[in-house]
Design a protein. Sequence first.
Length: 68
Amino acid sequence: MKSDIHPNYHEVTVVCACGETFKTGTTKDVEIMKIDICSKCHPFFTGRQKLVDTGGRVEKFKKKFNLK
């Protein structure tokens, strides 16, 4: 196996927007990774569905396809 060709794998702390933190391994050159959604707040895992309509995308889609 060749030496010095593999990226540096180290442990980082992941911080979610909901406040949840956990540790994982990565090859990125960061100490803290910030994410928007994790398993504690994701609708698939929580069973709660939240619709995020940024900039009226739903209305634009409905208007485009003549949906009521």
